[in-house]
Design a protein. Structure first.
Ligand SMILES: [Mg+2]
Length: 316
Protein backbone atom coordinates (compact mmCIF):
# COMPACT_ATOMS: atom_id res chain seq x y z
CA UNK A 1 0.00 0.00 0.00
CA UNK A 2 1.31 3.42 -0.89
CA UNK A 3 2.19 5.63 2.09
CA UNK A 4 -0.23 8.46 2.78
CA UNK A 5 1.01 11.63 1.16
CA UNK A 6 1.02 15.00 2.87
CA UNK A 7 3.00 17.27 5.13
CA UNK A 8 1.15 16.15 8.26
CA UNK A 9 1.37 12.45 7.34
CA UNK A 10 5.13 12.77 6.88
CA UNK A 11 5.57 14.57 10.20
CA UNK A 12 3.46 11.91 11.89
CA UNK A 13 5.60 9.16 10.33
CA UNK A 14 8.78 10.87 11.58
CA UNK A 15 7.31 11.15 15.07
CA UNK A 16 6.49 7.45 15.14
CA UNK A 17 9.72 6.21 13.58
CA UNK A 18 12.53 8.38 14.89
CA UNK A 19 14.72 6.31 17.16
CA UNK A 20 17.44 8.67 18.34
CA UNK A 21 16.23 10.72 21.28
CA UNK A 22 18.00 13.03 23.67
CA UNK A 23 17.12 14.08 27.18
CA UNK A 24 18.26 17.56 26.20
CA UNK A 25 15.22 17.99 23.92
CA UNK A 26 12.69 20.09 25.83
CA UNK A 27 10.31 20.70 22.91
CA UNK A 28 10.18 18.12 20.13
CA UNK A 29 8.25 17.84 16.88
CA UNK A 30 4.86 19.48 16.70
CA UNK A 31 5.44 23.05 17.76
CA UNK A 32 6.51 26.27 16.07
CA UNK A 33 10.09 25.92 17.30
CA UNK A 34 11.99 23.04 18.86
CA UNK A 35 13.71 23.39 22.23
CA UNK A 36 17.01 22.17 23.62
CA UNK A 37 18.08 22.45 27.24
CA UNK A 38 21.81 23.12 27.61
CA UNK A 39 23.47 23.78 30.96
CA UNK A 40 20.18 24.92 32.46
CA UNK A 41 19.38 27.27 29.56
CA UNK A 42 16.70 26.53 27.03
CA UNK A 43 17.44 27.45 23.44
CA UNK A 44 14.77 27.42 20.73
CA UNK A 45 15.44 26.50 17.11
CA UNK A 46 13.43 26.52 13.94
CA UNK A 47 13.90 26.48 10.19
CA UNK A 48 11.56 27.44 7.43
CA UNK A 49 12.06 27.74 3.71
CA UNK A 50 10.51 29.67 0.87
CA UNK A 51 10.33 28.42 -2.70
CA UNK A 52 10.00 30.53 -5.82
CA UNK A 53 6.50 30.08 -7.32
CA UNK A 54 5.16 28.47 -4.10
CA UNK A 55 5.78 31.14 -1.44
CA UNK A 56 6.60 34.07 -3.69
CA UNK A 57 6.98 34.85 -7.36
CA UNK A 58 10.48 36.16 -7.88
CA UNK A 59 9.58 37.68 -11.25
CA UNK A 60 6.86 39.77 -9.55
CA UNK A 61 8.08 40.60 -6.05
CA UNK A 62 11.85 40.79 -6.57
CA UNK A 63 14.73 39.27 -4.61
CA UNK A 64 14.70 41.68 -1.68
CA UNK A 65 11.09 40.88 -0.81
CA UNK A 66 11.83 37.15 -1.14
CA UNK A 67 14.76 37.38 1.28
CA UNK A 68 12.73 39.43 3.71
CA UNK A 69 9.89 36.93 3.63
CA UNK A 70 12.20 33.97 4.29
CA UNK A 71 13.32 35.56 7.53
CA UNK A 72 9.89 36.97 8.40
CA UNK A 73 8.29 33.51 8.40
CA UNK A 74 10.89 32.28 10.86
CA UNK A 75 10.34 35.33 13.06
CA UNK A 76 6.64 34.58 13.04
CA UNK A 77 7.42 31.17 14.55
CA UNK A 78 9.48 32.95 17.21
CA UNK A 79 6.45 35.16 17.89
CA UNK A 80 4.22 32.08 18.14
CA UNK A 81 6.20 31.02 21.22
CA UNK A 82 6.50 34.57 22.60
CA UNK A 83 10.26 34.11 22.34
CA UNK A 84 13.10 36.52 21.62
CA UNK A 85 15.14 36.07 18.42
CA UNK A 86 18.91 35.74 18.90
CA UNK A 87 20.39 34.96 15.48
CA UNK A 88 19.63 33.49 12.07
CA UNK A 89 21.43 31.43 9.45
CA UNK A 90 20.45 31.31 5.80
CA UNK A 91 21.04 28.87 2.95
CA UNK A 92 20.17 29.82 -0.58
CA UNK A 93 19.89 27.75 -3.75
CA UNK A 94 20.36 30.39 -6.43
CA UNK A 95 19.30 29.90 -10.03
CA UNK A 96 22.48 29.63 -12.17
CA UNK A 97 21.46 32.65 -14.23
CA UNK A 98 20.72 34.98 -11.30
CA UNK A 99 22.70 38.26 -11.55
CA UNK A 100 25.08 39.00 -8.65
CA UNK A 101 23.17 42.13 -7.63
CA UNK A 102 19.95 40.16 -7.30
CA UNK A 103 21.65 37.66 -5.00
CA UNK A 104 22.79 40.56 -2.83
CA UNK A 105 19.24 41.87 -2.72
CA UNK A 106 18.11 38.60 -1.10
CA UNK A 107 20.59 39.24 1.70
CA UNK A 108 19.53 42.89 1.97
CA UNK A 109 15.94 41.78 2.43
CA UNK A 110 17.01 39.65 5.39
CA UNK A 111 19.13 42.42 6.85
CA UNK A 112 16.17 44.83 6.65
CA UNK A 113 14.25 42.65 9.08
CA UNK A 114 17.20 41.52 11.21
CA UNK A 115 18.04 45.18 11.86
CA UNK A 116 14.45 45.94 12.76
CA UNK A 117 14.46 43.14 15.33
CA UNK A 118 18.06 43.70 16.39
CA UNK A 119 19.75 40.34 15.83
CA UNK A 120 22.46 39.22 13.38
CA UNK A 121 22.49 36.80 10.48
CA UNK A 122 25.56 34.83 11.48
CA UNK A 123 26.16 32.35 8.69
CA UNK A 124 24.73 30.11 6.02
CA UNK A 125 25.47 28.49 2.70
CA UNK A 126 25.30 29.50 -0.94
CA UNK A 127 24.66 27.04 -3.75
CA UNK A 128 23.47 27.42 -7.31
CA UNK A 129 21.63 25.10 -9.62
CA UNK A 130 19.38 24.83 -12.63
CA UNK A 131 16.21 25.15 -10.58
CA UNK A 132 14.28 28.03 -9.04
CA UNK A 133 15.31 30.15 -6.06
CA UNK A 134 15.03 28.45 -2.66
CA UNK A 135 15.82 30.26 0.58
CA UNK A 136 16.04 28.38 3.84
CA UNK A 137 16.44 30.22 7.11
CA UNK A 138 17.24 28.77 10.51
CA UNK A 139 16.43 30.82 13.57
CA UNK A 140 17.76 30.68 17.11
CA UNK A 141 15.71 32.15 19.94
CA UNK A 142 15.22 32.03 23.69
CA UNK A 143 12.35 32.46 26.10
CA UNK A 144 14.04 35.31 27.99
CA UNK A 145 11.67 35.43 30.92
CA UNK A 146 8.32 34.52 29.34
CA UNK A 147 7.13 31.30 27.82
CA UNK A 148 7.99 29.56 25.67
CA UNK A 149 4.29 29.31 24.88
CA UNK A 150 3.49 25.92 23.36
CA UNK A 151 0.60 24.72 21.20
CA UNK A 152 -0.26 22.09 23.77
CA UNK A 153 -1.54 24.10 26.76
CA UNK A 154 -5.14 24.93 25.74
CA UNK A 155 -7.82 23.89 28.23
CA UNK A 156 -11.61 23.57 27.93
CA UNK A 157 -13.16 26.92 28.85
CA UNK A 158 -10.25 28.96 27.45
CA UNK A 159 -11.17 31.85 25.20
CA UNK A 160 -9.75 31.59 21.67
CA UNK A 161 -8.41 34.87 20.33
CA UNK A 162 -6.75 35.99 17.13
CA UNK A 163 -4.89 39.18 16.29
CA UNK A 164 -5.51 41.35 13.25
CA UNK A 165 -7.66 40.28 10.32
CA UNK A 166 -7.65 37.08 8.31
CA UNK A 167 -7.82 36.03 4.68
CA UNK A 168 -6.57 37.15 1.30
CA UNK A 169 -2.90 37.49 2.28
CA UNK A 170 -1.96 36.44 -1.24
CA UNK A 171 -2.96 39.96 -2.35
CA UNK A 172 0.09 41.39 -0.58
CA UNK A 173 0.25 40.78 3.16
CA UNK A 174 2.17 37.52 2.68
CA UNK A 175 5.16 39.64 1.66
CA UNK A 176 4.69 42.77 3.73
CA UNK A 177 3.65 41.42 7.14
CA UNK A 178 5.66 42.41 10.19
CA UNK A 179 6.14 39.39 12.48
CA UNK A 180 4.35 39.94 15.80
CA UNK A 181 7.39 39.21 17.96
CA UNK A 182 7.06 42.27 20.20
CA UNK A 183 3.29 41.95 20.48
CA UNK A 184 3.56 38.30 21.52
CA UNK A 185 6.03 39.15 24.25
CA UNK A 186 3.90 42.02 25.56
CA UNK A 187 0.94 39.62 25.64
CA UNK A 188 2.78 36.79 27.38
CA UNK A 189 4.28 39.19 29.92
CA UNK A 190 0.80 40.45 30.84
CA UNK A 191 -1.26 37.24 30.96
CA UNK A 192 -0.75 33.49 30.99
CA UNK A 193 -1.06 32.49 27.34
CA UNK A 194 -2.14 28.85 27.47
CA UNK A 195 -1.43 27.95 23.84
CA UNK A 196 -0.34 29.89 20.78
CA UNK A 197 0.48 29.42 17.10
CA UNK A 198 1.03 31.79 14.19
CA UNK A 199 -1.57 31.58 11.45
CA UNK A 200 0.61 30.40 8.57
CA UNK A 201 -1.54 27.66 7.01
CA UNK A 202 -4.99 29.14 7.64
CA UNK A 203 -7.17 29.48 10.73
CA UNK A 204 -8.92 26.13 10.23
CA UNK A 205 -5.65 24.20 9.96
CA UNK A 206 -3.72 26.09 12.61
CA UNK A 207 -6.55 25.89 15.15
CA UNK A 208 -6.46 22.12 14.66
CA UNK A 209 -2.75 22.12 15.48
CA UNK A 210 -3.65 23.65 18.86
CA UNK A 211 -6.57 21.28 19.52
CA UNK A 212 -4.57 18.22 18.43
CA UNK A 213 -1.53 19.10 20.54
CA UNK A 214 -3.71 20.09 23.52
CA UNK A 215 -6.08 17.11 23.24
CA UNK A 216 -9.22 19.25 23.19
CA UNK A 217 -11.85 20.67 20.86
CA UNK A 218 -12.93 24.15 19.87
CA UNK A 219 -16.07 26.11 19.09
CA UNK A 220 -15.60 29.03 16.73
CA UNK A 221 -18.25 31.68 16.06
CA UNK A 222 -18.28 32.63 12.36
CA UNK A 223 -19.55 36.16 13.01
CA UNK A 224 -16.65 36.90 15.32
CA UNK A 225 -13.90 36.01 12.85
CA UNK A 226 -12.15 39.23 11.79
CA UNK A 227 -12.42 39.13 8.00
CA UNK A 228 -9.92 41.27 6.09
CA UNK A 229 -10.71 43.59 3.21
CA UNK A 230 -8.43 41.40 1.09
CA UNK A 231 -10.61 38.37 1.87
CA UNK A 232 -13.67 40.32 0.74
CA UNK A 233 -11.90 41.42 -2.42
CA UNK A 234 -10.88 37.84 -3.22
CA UNK A 235 -14.43 36.68 -2.53
CA UNK A 236 -15.72 39.13 -5.13
CA UNK A 237 -13.18 37.84 -7.66
CA UNK A 238 -13.16 34.11 -6.98
CA UNK A 239 -16.64 33.17 -5.86
CA UNK A 240 -15.68 31.65 -2.50
CA UNK A 241 -17.12 33.52 0.48
CA UNK A 242 -15.01 35.99 2.43
CA UNK A 243 -15.58 33.78 5.48
CA UNK A 244 -14.10 30.79 3.63
CA UNK A 245 -11.03 32.85 2.77
CA UNK A 246 -10.63 33.96 6.39
CA UNK A 247 -10.80 30.33 7.53
CA UNK A 248 -8.68 28.73 4.86
CA UNK A 249 -6.19 31.18 3.40
CA UNK A 250 -2.68 30.90 4.75
CA UNK A 251 0.10 33.38 5.40
CA UNK A 252 -1.59 36.02 7.51
CA UNK A 253 1.02 35.39 10.22
CA UNK A 254 -1.38 36.63 12.89
CA UNK A 255 -1.31 35.09 16.37
CA UNK A 256 -3.95 32.54 17.34
CA UNK A 257 -3.94 31.90 21.07
CA UNK A 258 -6.00 30.85 24.06
CA UNK A 259 -6.24 32.37 27.53
CA UNK A 260 -8.37 31.66 30.57
CA UNK A 261 -11.69 33.50 30.28
CA UNK A 262 -10.70 35.81 33.15
CA UNK A 263 -7.64 36.98 31.17
CA UNK A 264 -9.32 37.71 27.82
CA UNK A 265 -10.09 41.39 28.44
CA UNK A 266 -6.57 42.08 29.66
CA UNK A 267 -5.11 40.20 26.67
CA UNK A 268 -7.09 42.37 24.26
CA UNK A 269 -6.12 45.51 26.16
CA UNK A 270 -2.37 44.92 26.18
CA UNK A 271 -2.40 43.97 22.50
CA UNK A 272 -4.32 47.13 21.69
CA UNK A 273 -1.71 49.16 23.55
CA UNK A 274 0.93 47.37 21.46
CA UNK A 275 -0.90 48.45 18.31
CA UNK A 276 -2.77 45.25 17.44
CA UNK A 277 -6.41 44.41 17.79
CA UNK A 278 -7.41 40.98 19.09
CA UNK A 279 -10.78 39.32 18.54
CA UNK A 280 -12.43 36.66 20.70
CA UNK A 281 -13.55 34.11 18.16
CA UNK A 282 -14.68 31.20 20.32
CA UNK A 283 -13.74 28.87 23.11
CA UNK A 284 -11.86 25.66 23.76
CA UNK A 285 -14.11 22.65 24.37
CA UNK A 286 -13.59 19.01 25.33
CA UNK A 287 -13.73 17.57 21.81
CA UNK A 288 -14.56 18.27 18.15
CA UNK A 289 -13.78 21.46 16.28
CA UNK A 290 -17.01 23.17 15.25
CA UNK A 291 -18.00 26.39 13.56
CA UNK A 292 -21.20 28.17 14.60
CA UNK A 293 -22.66 29.76 11.49
CA UNK A 294 -24.57 33.01 11.22
CA UNK A 295 -27.82 31.03 11.44
CA UNK A 296 -26.68 29.58 14.78
CA UNK A 297 -26.17 26.10 13.37
CA UNK A 298 -23.05 24.17 14.29
CA UNK A 299 -21.01 22.26 11.75
CA UNK A 300 -17.69 20.51 11.92
CA UNK A 301 -15.08 23.10 10.94
CA UNK A 302 -13.82 22.18 7.49
CA UNK A 303 -10.15 21.32 7.82
CA UNK A 304 -9.51 23.42 4.70
CA UNK A 305 -6.32 25.40 4.57
CA UNK A 306 -2.98 24.91 3.04
CA UNK A 307 -1.17 21.66 3.67
CA UNK A 308 2.06 21.15 1.74
CA UNK A 309 2.94 18.05 -0.27
CA UNK A 310 -0.59 16.77 -0.82
CA UNK A 311 -0.94 17.78 -4.43
CA UNK A 312 -0.02 20.39 -6.99
CA UNK A 313 1.50 23.57 -5.61
CA UNK A 314 -0.47 26.73 -5.43
CA UNK A 315 1.00 30.14 -4.81
CA UNK A 316 0.85 31.25 -1.21
MG1 LIG B 1 4.30 28.50 12.85
Amino acid sequence: MAAEKGELALIDWIRRNQTLRSSRVSIGLGDDLAGLRLDGQELLFGCDQVLDTVHFKLSECGARAAGRKALARNLSDVAAMAAEPLAALASVALPNDMPAEEARQIVRGMWDLAEQFNFPVIGGDVGSWGGALVINVSILARAAGVGPVLRSGAKPGDVIMVTGELGGAILGKHLSFVPLVKEARVLAEAVKVQAMIDVSDGLAVDLRHITAESGCGARIIAERIPISEAAKELARKCGDTALAHSLSDGEDYELLFTVAAADADRAAKVLRSAGTQASRIGEITEAKVVLVGKDGREQELPAGGYEHFTGPNRPG
